[in-house]
Design a protein around this ligand. Structure first.
Ligand SMILES: [Zn+2]
Length: 395
């Protein structure tokens, strides 16, 4: 069948460095022009043209409408990997839910779903859900499970390079487990695992608000506080996957006990857990981040105050990051970012007050809103596969 023919062709061209470079570039970036490929790979235009012609002949590379990939803008065609060249799966082991998505090699997302599982779910439960979703989605969309090139798994908490979750956090039953080995019972393809904020940063870098920003810091504000440091297009993970855990910088050594075991972590002050408790008490009805933002938008003084308070602490946390790294750009993600200027205005003010390099010094750090506040970690799990595709084909 077509898929296996293409996979064989891709394996064959793996021996040819130029073709492999082009396949890798298209996998990481999606649709591109030949000129863009030449610029990114550093190959001569003529070399790219010759190799692309061969790749098109073997149907590894196809021409797609620019409009289809970019939504709008200039007409014309772009080169992309043939969607039939393979599929990838993204899984996000989130707080109280498991998210699942299927995408193809042309960066098209085919199907996505969330499964609510409740707090503190165990690996057996998640594995059963993912296995059923994998079978159902591939069947429903006429996809062969043999076309799977890799599965990316995004997980809350630091993950070592071996795939072991170093600390439980919101998934206490998973602490110390090797996520790669666990999911090898579901996926007969390479499995890539990373921390949820690192995945979120990858999604923003590839498709979202960080396109064109190879150096930035992702700062997520939600029921937890997390982040990622991206340097020259690569997420800095640290030796055990713990880099960018901004929420667990202690800002008050005598403060309350945090779920991580330290005291007075930034997350206790800059996440929306306590504001939700307070708003729920005052309004005598269960509140969520979304309903609190909606309430603030109607002018409710209490909800506005709660957002401003977390913005003050968030800005203080960002100021520490800013003083250490002096990044050109911050991307603010997490559902609290949906509060817009109600969050951003006091946060920028707090940042400016606490950081070393002020706006008046010139070249200030800019702030942007994440594009995928709802599913950035899930999309980033797919990005993990697309970024490592060259290695996957060779395996
Ligand atoms: Zn902590």
């Amino acid at each position: 069948m077509a898929t296996s023919r293409i996979r064989k062709a891709m394996a064959d061209i793996e021996a040819g460095t130029v073709a492999a470079q082009i396949v890798g570039t298209l996998s990481r970036n999606g649709g591109m022009s030949a000129a863009q490929i030449a610029r990114l790979t550093g190959l001569a235009r003529s070399t790219v043209s010759t190799a692309v012609a061969k790749l098109k002949q073997s149907r590894v590379v196809v021409e797609v409408e620019r409009m289809a990939l970019e939504g709008a803008g200039r007409p014309g065609t772009l080169l992309a990997l043939n969607p039939l060249a393979g599929t990838c799966v993204g899984v996000h082991l989130a707080d109280r839910e498991v998210q699942f998505v299927v995408a193809d090699m042309s960066h098209t997302f085919i199907a996505e779903r969330r499964f609510v599982v409740g707090a503190d779910y165990d690996p057996e439960q998640a594995l059963a859900i993912v296995k059923a979703a994998f079978e159902e989605f591939y069947e429903a969309n006429g996809l062969s499970r043999q076309s799977l090139l890799g599965a990316g798994i995004s997980v809350s908490g630091p993950v070592g390079r071996n795939g072991v979750l170093q600390r439980g956090g919101i998934l206490p039953k998973w602490a110390g487990l090797n996520i790669k080995i666990l999911f090898s019972s579901v996926f007969e393809a390479p499995i890539l695992v990373d921390n949820e904020s690192n995945c979120a940063a990858l999604a923003e870098l590839k498709w979202g608000a960080a396109r064109g920003f190879p150096d930035f810091v992702m700062f997520k504000m939600d029921l937890g506080v997390g982040g990622a440091i991206v340097n020259n297009g690569h997420v800095i993970t640290g030796v055990s996957g713990g880099a960018g855990e901004f929420g667990h910088v202690s800002i008050n050594p005598e403060g309350e006990l945090c779920r991580c075991g330290n005291r007075g972590c930034l997350e206790l002050y800059a996440s929306f857990v306590k504001p939700i408790e307070q708003l729920t008490r005052v309004h005598r009805k269960p509140m969520t981040i979304e309903s609190a933002i909606a309430l603030a938008e109607t002018g409710d003084a209490g909800a506005i105050r709660m957002i401003a308070d977390v913005a003050e602490y968030g800005g203080r946390g960002l100021a520490m990051v800013g003083t250490i790294l002096n990044p050109p750009h911050f991307i603010i993600g997490g559902r609290l970012a949906l509060a817009g200027e109600m969050l951003f205005a006091p946060m920028r003010k707090s940042y400016e007050r606490h950081t070393l390099i002020k706006a008046q010094d010139g070249m200030p750090t800019t702030f942007g809103l994440g594009k995928f506040t709802e599913n950035d970690s899930l999309l980033g799990a797919v990005a993990l596969v697309l970024d490592n595709h060259q290695a996957l084909v060779a395996t």
